[in-house]
Design a protein around this ligand. Sequence first.
Ligand SMILES: Cc1ncc(COP(=O)(O)O)c(C=O)c1O
Length: 425
Amino acid sequence: MRLPPHLAVRDGRLLIGSHDCVALAERFGTPLYVTDGDRILHNYERYANALKAHYPKVRVLYAAKANSNLSILRMLAIAGAGADVFSSGEIELALKAGMKPQDLLFNGSSKSRRDLALAVERGVRISVDSLDELTQLEEMAASANRMVKIAFRVNPALEVPTHPKIATGLRTSKFGIPHEEVVSAYREAMRCPHLEPAGMHCHIGSQILEMAPFAEAARVMLRLAGELKDIGIHLEFIDLGGGLGIPYRREQDPEVGPEDYASAVMPHFLKGIRELGIEPELWVEPGRFIVADSTLLLTRVNSVKHAHANFANVDAGFNLLVRPVMYDAYHEVIAAGKADQPATQVWTIAGPICESGDILARDRRMPELIAGDLLAILDAGAYGFVMSSQYNARPRCAEVLLRGDEARLVRRAETMEDIISTMVV
Ligand SMILES: Cc1ncc(COP(=O)(O)O)c(C=O)c1O
């Protein structure tokens, strides 16, 4: 299997950075999320540099929803990233990690008054998703006597080649203002004395490996920027969202990167702004590309069963990684202590949850497995831990962050006391 450069096999053991996965599992227990922080910084710099090679005024707002561990947010804050935040909780995490309010964009199609109040109070820019939200926000900004900078989220009505549950810019999607109504939404915003329409935002979906939809989204946004200029809107930023995918199927997915993204998008962006004579900042919101491949989920085989399939029953299930059951997502799996042994058998990797859908991987050629073996689920860093649950009263597992030769616990495993502590009998 083609491994990314931060993973390697030595003496039959899977290494992440300089760390032996078997040793990490023994030291910290399983299940365990292990993240290579150096890989995250590499991915972040690569993304920012690919765009800055075309245009200097670029800001990368890491999509905190992909992985909001405070230590990861902190590393990215120090590297200069802002954040796309989707709840008041994510606002608080990003600020706690050291990001500045002006480095955040608060997105979401269903923001509560409490969410909006926090953003107004902290001075966070808001991507407004409906005219109702606009009215509520104006009232709040007026009563707080604040000026609030806003964007509108545009629904560009684009088909994108990805799983339907993560296509977010379809005409039928719940997100954004239909593109043909965007100009009148800005006119409405211009009538709000406490709101300043400073930007425009879109995000067309996630895990996209073809560049044409990104280019089309940029074209739509620049056309709209022209219409907004005509009505007197001065855009400080145009935010094209995130969405760049990674090659989860390492043998067959195309390996596209931010350089391909930039080559597809930047000609439309640059042509558009030159024609309009404007120089807005370009904001982007990558999540998955920054963190997905940085992380392994280590899980131990509890038992094996040879029935209609060979089942390896492991200690992590969709309580810890919901992507396979939710999006039919594919993750590569490696027997971390037997990585050089011949793949002689076909295995189904089944979690411990009481649902027949709790299968992490199907029909994988792997070495013979026995109870106690350690498996590594690859590319688990995006939409992994953040989507975990306590289903079946299973405490969430720990997270470890690697920097160089150091391995640190950045989230302890939950205990039964944690599960019980919020309940009242
Ligand atoms: C508004 C917004 N921006 C950015 C992202 C990040 O997308 P990705 O992780 O695919 O880069 C998302 C993900 O759903 C999103 O909803």
